[in-house]
Design a protein around this ligand. Sequence first.
Ligand SMILES: Cc1cc2nc3c(=O)[nH]c(=O)nc-3n(C[C@H](O)[C@H](O)[C@H](O)COP(=O)(O)O)c2cc1C
Length: 210
Amino acid sequence: MKTLLFITCNLKPKGQSRSLTVADEFLKKYAEFNPDDRIEFIDTYRDPIQRFDEDVLSGMEKLNCGMAFASLTQNEQIKLGKIWASADKFAEADRYVFVTPMWNLSFPAELKMYLDTICVVGKTFIYTGKGPVGLLGGKGKKCLSIHASGGFHYGTPFDFSVPYLKTLMKFIGVDDFSSIVIEGVDAQPERAEEFVAHAVERARVEAAVF
Ligand SMILES: Cc1cc2nc3c(=O)[nH]c(=O)nc-3n(C[C@H](O)[C@H](O)[C@H](O)COP(=O)(O)O)c2cc1C
């Protein structure tokens, strides 16, 4: 049995969000093909994501200086504990689906807040003499990005969304990365339905092999 983390970052309801519409179809098909898998949902807007604040940074600094965890303040312990739990949950999963809109050439800030919690030294990557090494490699993990943008940016220097996510996944060792990008839905509204339908088809195919 595998565990799939379904990570969303969408303010719009399903009926209005192109990425959620496509992702919903993916999920239905994935559940059909993998009835025994566990699917866990992370909604980066509605779930409490621990942001990096002064307590988090000072706690990390103290640990780096060799201080014991028990000597940290209560806030430092609680907040670091939440970040570690998030990184552990990510490390333990086998499949990742990120569902995102493009906002200002990247993702909404809530997604970045979440991504910060999964990049933890010793849990998802380590530093070595030859630079950082991801710890999630060699375990058959896969990541799919389902991403919608109003214009056409994919593959241009104006895209800091899916390419960034792909690089970050590689950084922690998840090399098997695919994407379904729904582009141009606002630039060419008359073709939006067609673009979404095409992506839904791709999602069905992807779900069969993911
Ligand atoms: C605050 C905001 C910023 C946006 N920035 C961009 C952008 O930089 N490039 C783009 O192509 N579309 C941009 N859009 C349009 C959305 O990416 C587009 O509507 C997409 O369909 C949103 O995904 P969703 O339908 O899943 O919510 C932006 C939309 C909002 C609300």
